[in-house]
Design a protein around this ligand. Structure first.
Ligand code: OAD
Length: 234
């Protein structure tokens, strides 16, 4: 086995205390994520959209939010595996980085970054973001800042690198993702014929039939166990 590609979704961070998008805890102030995470919503009601991400950012920075055993297992696998390892995440949190993973592609952006819609410049950001916020000494950017997040209707980041990574992978593992948001849900179709496809989730998803194997259970127990099995089999 030369190349392993992992796709993670909100389910891997759920046990760290981060809300998923579509579970029982999925609604925010009565809004579905599809009604808040759009360029249209940002145009019509920017304060609402900024508040959605301000709350999520503040929650992520809570000192009780730490990587769990699943994040740590992926980092350990990456460091022990002699082949190529690529971690594609839909998550906008930084728990993979904090667990120590290295080769991470954030296809839906990052909560702790903001960017100027006008210049495209990206900045690290830990505060609340308001309409008049601007990075230090950059008053010229007032009124142009937005979360560095991919909204519905926008193209995900890193798609060329992602498609390239999938083309010749030998093992593809999707962890804690509901399989309803495209193109992420369709990445399984970009894997080659010989590739072993494994889905780890609490429940069945609409894309489950496209995987060879299903590990049903919590990411914090299934992920360490599965990747230990892989290391043992090498
Ligand atoms: P969802 O909230 O849609 O789905 C989370 C999935 O994780 C569900 O299938 C759950 O069954 C599963 N799950 C929950 N807890 C779990 C646990 N402890 N162990 C294993 N599985 C668990 O999250 P995503 O699929 O990541 O995009 O959502 C995809 C995208 O939709 C997000 O990246 C976000 C959202 O809109 C953007 O913001 C662009």
């Amino acid at each position: 086995m030369n190349k392993v590609v992992v796709l993670t979704g909100a389910g891997i961070s759920q046990e760290s205390g981060i809300r998923t998008f579509r579970g029982e805890d999925g609604l925010w102030e009565g809004y579905a994520v599809e009604d808040v995470a759009t360029p249209q919503a940002f145009k019509i009601n920017p304060d609402l959209v900024l508040e959605f991400y301000n709350q999520r950012r503040a929650a992520l920075l809570d000192k009780n939010i730490v990587p769990n055993a699943a994040h740590i297992a992926l980092c350990e696998f990456e460091s022990k595996f002699s082949g190529e390892f690529v971690l594609i995440t839909q998550n906008i949190d930084n728990l993979h980085e904090r667990a120590g993973s290295k080769n991470i592609l954030h296809m839906h952006g990052e909560l702790l970054k903001v960017r100027s819609e006008e210049t495209g410049e990206v900045f690290e950001w830990k505060e609340d973001l308001h309409r008049k916020s601007h990075p230090q000494n950059r008053e010229d950017l007032v009124g142009t800042m937005r979360p560095h997040i991919v909204w519905f209707g926008e193209a995900p980041f890193e798609m060329i690198t992602i498609e390239h990574a999938l083309r010749d992978c030998d093992l593809f593992v999707a962890i804690g993702t509901s399989g309803v948001v495209y193109p992420a849900a369709g990445l399984v179709h970009s894997t080659p014929k010989h590739c072993r496809r494994v889905e780890i989730n609490l429940e069945q998803t609409p894309v489950s039939p496209h995987f060879h194997e299903k590990r049903q259970g919590r990411a914090s127990s299934e992920v360490p166990q599965f990747f230990q099995e892989i290391l043992n089999s090498l």
